[in-house]
Design a protein around this ligand. Structure first.
Ligand SMILES: [Zn+2]
Length: 441
């Protein structure tokens, strides 16, 4: 299967025709004269917006109330963050410029030669070298995302000679395009903080839907997805999740950065897997734990899981539960069917609700002033990491006990985990105070 290093079609870039990369590379990637293209665009009465690193041309009518004039400056800010990711000095690339076409009516671009016949039909976007095309979007946030997604392709294709497996090619574009605006400025958000920042993007929702339908891919499956099968929204969501996981998880970010500093070629996955500090088997489990729980504001450091096997429960065990962290290993190893009694005392400090000027405290039952995923925040949860029945779907944490006190029965042989129920954002300002006791029966 052919794969031309200067082409990326994606998402979203999903091309309208199937068959992967078995296409003749368009000559458009080479011999392109940007100044000449700008002159052509002006003669064709297209609107031209120019920044340091982007020339944006569009047939979107002038006078329409939109934010197009601000996009080149936003692209320049994003460019600096991409340089930062790849450890480039932006001043070394001051002359780098992409040529982007924001297309309402493709025929306008075809007739003046700015959409060459060699460019295959595409649904949302297509990138060839430093040129890219994207179909206009009604939602400004999604339009910005697509523009930056194609911009990352142009950046990585031309400045990193990218020719990687699909999960990295599309995942890095998704990761480095994901942002929010703060007073009109670009802020990179590898994991979005708020759905309102990324309207219509839906990556987190797509992962959650895959999980609920027992269809979420394992990390190994993401790595092995061929370009010809990487064209649906869930594929982009999984590639985004993989890049967010590898760049943000404390157990993998160093090995990933090291692999990423080498060639971005067809053997990139194998190179990553061979990097010291990268344990594929452990990474598969940690990735499952991420997709099991991902949400807006998810902090991969706070949610890191200690998977150690623990010791049998022979006498009472006591520990404090940190409400700022995800699943915490009790270091107690249970046998399938084993009965355990649990009791809690003290209170977790849960910070403050927006607009409520009182500190929130919670005992093990939780407080019903606010709920997260069907349970009161502050509620004590006890769980095990369980393989799905009949191998349907990926393993996940199953809650076996909850509340201030009670009994549970182990679902499997393995350690018992505890945590305090809260949203990822709410979790950030929480402090411990709740102690639990595990009592053998
Ligand atoms: Zn793409």
């Amino acid at each position: 299967m052919l794969f031309h290093p200067l082409i990326a079609r994606c998402l979203v870039c999903a091309s309208l025709f199937a068959g992967g990369w078995a296409v003749t590379p368009p000559a458009a990637a080479e011999g392109f004269d940007l100044r000449q293209a700008v002159a052509v665009a002006r003669r064709a009465d297209l609107r031209v917006f120019e920044g340091q690193h982007l020339v944006l041309v569009t047939d979107r009518p002038s006078g329409s109330k939109d934010d197009l004039a601000s996009l080149p400056a936003l692209f320049d800010e994003a460019f600096d963050s991409w340089c930062d990711h790849f450890h480039f000095d932006p001043t070394d690339y001051a002359e780098w410029q992409a040529f982007g076409c924001l297309v309402v009516e493709p025929e306008r671009f075809r007739s003046c030669g700015l959409l060459p016949p060699a460019i295959p039909a595409f649904e949302n976007g297509f990138c060839a070298g430093s040129r890219f095309w994207l179909m206009d979007q009604s939602n400004p946030a999604y339009r910005r995302h697509l523009l930056l997604h194609e911009g990352v392709h142009a950046f990585t294709l031309t400045l990193r000679d990218l020719n990687t497996p699909a999960w990295y090619t599309e995942g890095i574009a998704e990761l480095l395009a994901t942002h929010r605006l703060s007073e009109g400025r670009f802020i990179a958000t590898p994991v979005p903080l708020d759905a309102d920042d990324v309207e219509q993007l839906g990556r987190i929702e797509a992962i959650r839907a895959l999980r609920e339908n027992a269809a979420a891919p394992s990390l190994t499956e993401v790595f092995e997805t061929p370009p010809s099968e990487h064209h649906r929204i869930p594929d982009y969501a999984a590639s985004w999740a993989t890049l967010a996981f590898l760049t943000e998880h404390p157990r993998y970010q160093q090995a990933f950065a090291e692999a990423e500093s080498g060639p971005l070629d067809g053997r990139f996955t194998q190179r990553l897997q061979a990097t010291q500090g990268f344990d594929q088997q452990l990474a598969v489990r940690d990735f499952d734990a991420f997709t099991d729980d991902v949400d807006y504001g998810y902090d991969l450091t706070a949610m890191e899981v200690d998977w150690s096997a623990g010791r049998p429960l022979e006498k009472n065990v006591r520990m404090f539960v940190d409400p700022a962290r995800g699943w915490q290993n009790t270091q107690v190893k249970l046998r399938m069917g084993q009965q355990v009694r649990f009791a809690s005392r003290g209170r977790s400090q849960l910070g403050r609700l927006p607009g409520v000027e009182v500190d929130l405290e919670s005992e093990g039952n939780g407080i019903s002033i606010d709920w997260y995923r069907g349970r009161p925040i502050g509620r004590l949860l006890l769980a095990q990491w369980v393989m799905p029945a009949n191998n349907q779907g990926r393993p996940r944490f199953i809650v076996l006990g909850e509340g201030g006190q009670g009994r549970l029965e182990a679902s499997t042989d393995g350690p018992l985990f505890v945590r305090i129920n809260d949203s990822p954002i709410g979790r950030r300002d929480n402090t411990p105070g709740l102690e639990i006791a595990l009592i053998p029966q």
